[in-house]
Design a protein around this ligand. Structure first.
Ligand code: ACM
Ligand code: ZN
Length: 531
């Protein structure tokens, strides 16, 4: 080669690499990984790259194929032939300790994603895909050489969605599962029954969704506005069992467990509107059209109430494969119980001192029934009042006190304290925001939260199994609005759920969050703008 053309080649090579190398060597993954070593060099992701996988990882290989296609337009070969060059290799290594941990090793030739289980490999894929960013003029991607060892801080990393106050179809639910997976969240808490609508089809009680899923009007404006105003629009919707099975199967592929919530003994009005015998006084009520705490509760005295729940929960337990069923337990007003002869007779017969103990009787009886079906219950922290059911997991929402008390009693706890984890709160100055229930929960407040209270001893701390964000939808009627309330706060939540406290850093998170817009946009999310 002549000197001149050699020089040109060298110049071009230098230019090429200075254009294609990432401008910063910082690896931008949300939630932040626990351990990372950065090495020299790059892996080139190109159309000839193959995905090589052990056959048990077929689902993960397929997921990776689709994600790369979505992000780059490349449709890579998938093979179980380990000889492939320039490959992304998915492997199981049972010597890894945590079931959700993974190693991600990237060098010039291969990307190796190794987990103890398919879930670990799946999370390695999530981290890898967030690194696919730097593109050259030929549409190849350059991914920096690194070695990541990562594992979650908590085993329960949740998001809740209320589909009762406003209904969201399964396409939206699937989209939310997709974005939970991107953030390594693994529990979807589906709030399926409440005063304003019963959303799950039950074969034995078809009227629950023929009647209980529909309300004749809905409050306009804020619940505190006076005078109250209502529209006159019939509103509702529900999921068939086939739709629910479709969501469960979809979630399973994303390593997400779906936890249904069937509310009792309060938040009863949609069911009572369908079957008045569930009420203490057989009142004929309508599916509720307001927000707040309704007056009624399921009658805790009549045997027919328990027969109803045993039938409903038998179907629910058969439908959902996960270990947990959430039974609600929150905000149960006891006015009717105090006056109801059936409830009072029950209290006498069971030697219960007050209505709190009657609530505890209700929850414990249902808990035992679900245990007999191989399920464990989760309840909001009111289930502590009057005595906690055996095996029950407590979801601490009225602050952390309930969670602290339950952990001290050696019950599992999921932290979801109202000031931090309620994403129906305003996320900025309310004058510039769409109407919300109230409160103010900013991204940095979410980020700063540590779900393990310092009041707990190291042994008690082990009972804090995780953290969850809740999206109540009284004031959220559309998918776009739901996404707006979730993002970017859910990104911060994912980091408190996944990343050990010592590896967190808010300034660093903010930089990664700006970079993370490309992921939020790739999945077509209507996030609240930030910079
Ligand atoms: C709740 O927010 N009532 C659990
Ligand atoms: Zn009663």
């Amino acid at each position: 080669m002549k000197i001149m053309s050699k020089l040109i080649l060298i110049t071009l090579t230098v230019l090429f690499f200075s254009c294609t190398q990432p401008s910063t060597s910082e690896v931008m993954i949300i939630p932040k990984v626990q351990k990372i070593e950065q090495h020299e060099g790059f892996f080139k992701l190109k159309p000839a790259t193959s995905i090589v996988y052990q056959s048990i990882l077929h689902n993960e290989a397929n997921y990776l194929f689709n994600y790369i296609d979505r992000k780059t337009g490349m449709q890579l070969d998938q093979t179980t032939d380990l000889q492939s060059k320039n490959a992304i290799v998915l492997n199981i290594d049972t010597t890894i300790s945590n079931t959700e941990a993974y190693d991600l090793q990237i060098d010039n030739k291969t990307v190796k994603i190794t987990g103890k289980t398919p879930a670990g490999v799946f999370y390695g894929i999530q981290s890898f895909m967030q690194m696919v960013q730097q593109q050259d003029a030929n549409s190849n991607y350059y991914i920096p050489a690194i070695k990541i060892s990562d594992e979650p801080r908590f085993k329960y990393r949740g998001m809740h969605l209320d589909v009762c106050r406003h209904f969201f179809d399964i396409n939206f639910v699937k989209k939310m599962l997709d974005v939970m997976a991107l953030h390594k969240l693994n529990r979807f808490h589906w709030h399926l029954t409440d005063d304003q609508g019963w959303r799950i089809a039950i074969d034995k009680y078809p009227e629950l969704t023929q009647i209980g899923a529909w309300r004749n009007s809905t409050l306009i404006g804020h619940a505190s506005d006076r005078p109250e105003r209502f529209d006159s629009v019939r509103y509702g919707g529900f999921y068939t069992k086939d739709e629910i099975k479709e969501v469960i199967a979809y979630a399973e592929k994303l390593h997400i467990t779906v936890i249904p919530e069937i509310e009792l003994p309060g938040h009863s009005q949609a069911a009572v509107a369908t079957y008045p015998y569930l009420d203490c006084f057989d009142q004929q009520l309508e599916v509720w059209n307001k927000w707040g705490i309704s007056d009624g509760a399921f009658c805790a005295g009549k045997e027919s109430t328990f027969e109803f729940f045993e039938n409903v929960l038998s179907e629910v337990a058969a439908l959902f494969p996960g270990e947990y069923i959430h039974i609600g337990g929150d905000e149960c007003l006891k006015n009717n119980w105090q006056k109801c002869p059936h409830c009072q007779a029950r209290m006498k017969a069971e030697n219960l001192a007050n209505e709190h103990e009657l609530q505890s009787y209700f929850v414990q009886r249902i808990g035992k029934f679900l245990n007999s079906k191989g399920k464990k219950i989760i309840g909001w922290d009111e289930i502590l009042e009057g005595g906690l059911a055996e095996n029950a997991t407590v979801m601490s929402w009225r602050g952390e006190e309930g969670g602290i008390a339950a952990a001290k009693m050696h019950h599992d706890v999921i932290m979801t304290p109202n000031p931090i984890c309620y994403f129906d709160h305003y996320q900025a100055n309310e004058a510039n925001e769409p109407l919300a229930i109230g409160g103010l929960t900013t991204v940095d407040e979410v980020y700063g939260y540590n779900p393990v209270p310092i009041e707990l001893s190291s042994n008690e701390q082990k009972y804090i199994i995780g953290v969850q964000a809740n999206l109540w939808t009284e004031y959220i009627a559309t998918k776009e609005h739901a996404e707006y309330m979730l993002f970017p706060r859910l990104c911060a939540l994912s980091e408190i759920a996944w990343t050990f406290t010592e590896n967190k850093n808010y300034e660093n998170f903010k930089r990664r969050l700006v970079n993370h817009k490309n992921t939020l946009e790739l999945f077509d999310l209507n996030y609240k703008p930030f910079n």
